[in-house]
Design a protein. Structure first.
Length: 398
């Protein structure tokens, strides 16, 4: 694999940087730079700018309205956006349901849903997990019963990320209770404004409202919103999960996190010297950087296999495990670096500020909430224990 960028690729990197500098709203950039919470409108303004340029769905092939980036362009795009403090693109439409619709959906569904995803005028959320059906997803019980030209949906979903901002939800529902667990599931698109849907917040360890419970009480959904065939939704579900895990590695964001950690280690004193001059701490940062670089090369290998026509396979489980552990490690070392300043933790600071004045240097204020928030990465997208199970079965043949 030749890793040097061509002159054309370098020109592409310059074009992306010029575009981001000109189109990323300054207030959104500042929030990302300072690790603050972003609202729906912040994400939408940036995503709509990308949509106008045709870059929002940068992973999609040209025939579905994507820009048809090569793996190198995709890599450059993600890295330049992260370096310029652009927010991460919300994946529920762009990387999850969009590819499911263009792969398994009808022509009518493609015409109805894909343009709004490309332009970011509709916010999607993911309705997979249920109370008691997370790792064992195929045991899900939310049921959809067919009545003529519509289904009646009853049940509940949980851990629904940003569902309180969503216009639509894609759901796995049970359409055949008598079939084997994986065989009786269907993939349904549901308008969140449909009567009978209730969204209730779940407050996370950092004090923020990011996830929800969603309840369905006799919700009427047109049969036209079924993607693929009835009872064959598990195929869509697995396809979507592989794409989800690929995105969770978050290498560009981790590179940015390591740089921020180094800045703190340069500012923090240890016996009168910058912490970064402490050999033991410097070694921890070096170890982390090596891990990020190794993950980056592994991700590039997977992307170049996909460019040759492959679908993401069990390798994405490895990316998910290492990527999520690295994100957590960054927050752990940052806690260590800021030391006692992380202790007076103000719940909710990351999300809605606090009436109390935080103490210590500004860079330390959000360290504890970010540490607590990042505990989620080894759980969502399929827990890391489950990913290890997939690797042992599919790669090691155990
Ligand atoms: C912040 C956050 C956001 C999320 N967002 C969404 C969302 O938008 N939409 C959505 O549908 N879901 C979402 N999820 C749900 C997520 O996918 C599940 O939490 C995850 O799949 C684990 O399921 P569970 O929570 O039911 O845990 P359980 O499945 O009950 O697992 C509990 C523990 O047991 C371990 N375990 C379970 N089975 C095995 C096994 N076979 N082998 C080894 N260990 C095992 C797990 O690793 C875990 O440590 C989100 C979760 C979080 C934390």
């Amino acid at each position: 694999m030749d890793l040097a960028f061509t002159a054309e690729e370098q020109k592409f990197a310059d074009d992306v940087r010029t575009f981001v500098k000109a189109n990323l709203p300054a207030d959104v950039r500042d929030k990302v730079k300072n690790g603050k919470h972003l609202g729906r409108d912040d994400y939408m303004r940036w995503q709509q700018a990308l949509g106008k340029k045709g870059w929002l769905v940068y992973t999609w092939p040209k025939k579905h309205g994507g820009p048809g980036f090569t793996p190198a362009q995709r890599y450059i795009f993600e890295n330049v956006c992260a370096e310029e403090y652009a927010p991460g693109i919300i994946p529920f439409g762009t990387k999850m349901v969009g590819p499911v619709i263009y792969t398994f959906g009808s022509d009518e569904q493609k015409a109805k849903f894909l343009p709004a995803i490309r332009e970011s005028t509709v916010w999607w959320c993911q309705g997979y997990s249920e109370p008691g059906s997370g790792s064992d997803l195929a045991s899900l019980r939310t049921k959809a019963e067919k009545h003529g030209d519509h289904y009646i949906v009853n049940g509940s979903k949980t851990w629904n990320t940003m569902g309180h901002w969503a216009d639509w939800i894609f759901c796995l529902v049970r359409t055949d209770p008598k079939a084997k667990p994986q065989e009786g599931i269907s993939f349904l698109l549901i308008d969140m404004k449909t009567p009978g849907i209730t969204v209730k917040p779940i407050i996370m360890a950092d004090g923020g409202h990011e996830v929800n419970e969603v309840f369905f009480d006799n919700v009427k959904v047109p049969v036209a919103n079924l993607v693929g065939k009835e009872n064959e939704g598990w195929t869509c579900a697995k396809f979507l999960l592989a794409n989800e895990r690929l995105g969770i590695a978050a290498v560009p964001q981790s590179k940015r996190g390591v740089e921020a950690l180094k800045d703190i280690a340069r500012a923090e004193q240890d016996n009168g010297k910058p912490l970064i001059e402490n050999p033991s701490f410097a070694e921890k940062i070096a170890d982390l950087e090596i891990q990020v670089t190794a993950l980056e090369f592994t991700e590039l290998r997977v992307l170049s296999q996909m460019a040759q026509g492959g679908q993401p396979g069990p390798e994405v489980s490895g990316l998910k495990i290492r990527g999520s552990e690295i994100q957590q490690r960054i927050t752990e070392l940052t806690m260590e670096a800021v030391g006692e300043y992380a202790a007076p933790y103000l719940p909710g600071l990351l999300w809605h500020g606090s009436n109390e004045e935080p103490v210590g240097p500004e860079y330390a204020h959000l360290t504890a909430p970010r540490y607590f928030n990042t505990r989620k990465t080894t759980i969502y997208g399929g827990s890391n224990e489950i990913q290890k199970g997939i690797i042992s079965k599919m790669v090691l043949g155990l």
